[in-house]
Write a protein that binds this ligand. Structure first.
Ligand code: UD1
Ligand code: CA
Length: 451
């Protein structure tokens, strides 16, 4: 059965109090919409349709970056969840498969749960997703009879017996596209909020003799985000799960609750992560690496046995080969550091290649930017860069070459050569003592005059 995902993302998210559309607020550094899309992608959908409204242009731009094939349709006015799904009708003309309705602000639904819904479609025309609520207070109740979903009762309309039901509505739904759109056409808006409710499909379907059922998932999967506080809770939940997974995979974290992960962090076994480390998006770490405290990484790769930090910053395009050492207050950007090379203290390496086993002295800077363009620096294998060297790119330092401490290197250094680029030192015998005496005498005169 081919599948079309319809992901509702038009709501304003008033309680977020933000210029950014709610579904673009990030959880673990990916828009919450991306989390929902990722779960849906596990079903290999033929079509993915995002219903956007508030901030539609921003949503459209974000969606095109997440999945080029996803389509965005516009819901100009937010007239309710059924009306929102109806906006996908035109795009799905002639589509013969199933529609699965997801919410862009319900990011944690799992691929397994969606698969359960698809499976249940073998037995029923319409499948809702429910969950056993710890505190069912505010949710609509799913009234089941055996395997059959009889109706959804909103809390305010529920009898005492119905209020005792803890099986609640997540809002997610699956059904044959044609059936869903036929039923939506019959939904009215004569209710308290004057909205077209997707939940009305249950009763309409039953009236037409269609089979309706519900499957169950963990309550955490249906967690919705409506405020910054809930966003923070959602992020915390994601972090807790991601850390637990990594610990299971054999990663050591000395203080797991202080390690901030991204949605796509990949970390190999026997890697050790010290407290207070931040993973931005796109970081992969092989096995047996050591990431020391207060390091911040994004879009970079760290190979087996490499050591990073404390206080290191790895920016996009940093590629550390095996057994490299990146020490404190070092920033690496768009640079490959070859096997066994060391950049141990206080350096900026940008747009560079650092050869095998090269040693970069403290305070070395690749001067890669001339104010208009970026230029590359190449450092050969086993080169030794003296402390406080300025490498004015474009420039190359050869294999086994050296630069003297404090050198400003503006020309290439051939293999095996030594570059010295600094003013020559001259010593003046006794001059320091004379200078000090002179200055002290001057200070004494000034103090006397002031009295
Ligand atoms: C909905 C369900 C409720 C369920 C709850 C779970 C309905 C009528 N109610 O209520 O049974 O328990 O979810 O969280 O379906 N949206 C649009 N366009 C609209 C309206 C909504 O795109 O015109 C989107 C929102 O951005 C949001 C989602 O649909 O992502 C859900 O809408 P929301 O208003 O939050 O529905 P609830 O009141 O939470
Ligand atoms: Ca909601």
């Amino acid at each position: 059965m081919s599948i079309a995902l319809v992901i509702l993302a038009a709501g304003k998210g008033t309680r977020m109090n933000s210029d950014l559309p709610k579904v673009l607020h990030p959880i673990a550094q990916a828009p919450m919409l991306e989390h929902a899309m990722a779960a849906g992608r596990a079903l290999a959908p033929e079509r993915t349709i995002i219903v956007a409204g508030h901030g539609a242009e921003a949503v459209r731009a974000a969606v095109s970056e997440i999945d080029e094939e996803a389509e965005v349709v516009l819901q100009e006015e937010q007239l309710g969840t059924a009306h929102a799904v109806d906006q996908a009708r035109a795009a799905l003309t002639g589509f013969e498969g199933d529609v699965i309705v997801l919410y862009g602000d319900t990011p944690f639904v799992s691929a397994e749960t969606l698969e359960l819904m698809v499976e249940a479609r073998q037995r029923a025309d319409l499948v809702l997703l429910g969950f056993e609520a710890a505190d069912p207070g505010r949710y609509g109740r799913l009234v089941m009879e055996g395997d059959s979903l009889e109706r959804i009762v909103e809390f305010k309309d529920a009898s005492d017996a119905e209020r005792a039901i803890r099986f609640c509505n997540s809002g997610l739904m699956a059904g044959k596209a044609s059936a869903i759109f036929d039923l939506i056409a019959k939904v009215g808006n004569k209710n308290a909020s004057g909205e077209y409710y997707l939940t009305d499909l249950v009763e309409l379907a039953r009236r037409e003799g269609l089979k309706v059922t519900a499957v169950s998932c963990d309550e955490a999967e249906t967690l919705g985000v409506n405020s910054r506080a809930e966003l923070a809770q959602a992020d915390a939940l994601f972090q807790a799960r991601a850390r637990a997974e990594l610990l299971d995979l054999g990663v050591t974290m000395m203080a797991p609750e202080t390690v901030y992960l991204a949605f796509d962090s990949v970390i190999g076994r026997d890697t050790v992560i010290e407290p207070n480390v931040v993973f931005g998006p796109g970081v992969t770490v092989e096995s047996g690496a050591l990431i020391r405290s207060f390091s911040y990484m994004e879009d970079c790769h760290i190979s087996r046995g490499a050591q990073v930090g404390p206080f290191a910053r790895l920016r996009p395009g940093a590629e550390l080969a095996e057994s490299t050492r990146i020490g404190n207050f070092v920033e690496i950007k768009n640079s490959k550091i070859a096997e066994g090379a060391k950049v141990n203290h206080l350096s900026y390496i940008g747009d560079a290649f650092v050869g095998e086993a090269a040693n970069i002295g403290a305070g070395t800077i690749t001067c890669n930017y001339d104010g208009v363009m970026k230029h590359r620096t190449e450092i050969g294998a086993r080169a030794f860069i003296g402390s406080n060297t300025m490498l004015v790119a474009p420039v190359r330092v050869g294999n086994e070459a050296m630069t003297a401490t404090g050198a400003v290197v503006t020309r290439n250094v051939e293999d095996g050569d030594l570059a010295i680029g600094r003013a020559e030192q001259t010593n003046k015998p006794g001059r320091a003592r004379k200078l000090m005496d002179m200055l002290r005498a001057k200070k004494a005169r000034l103090q006397k005059g002031a009295k």
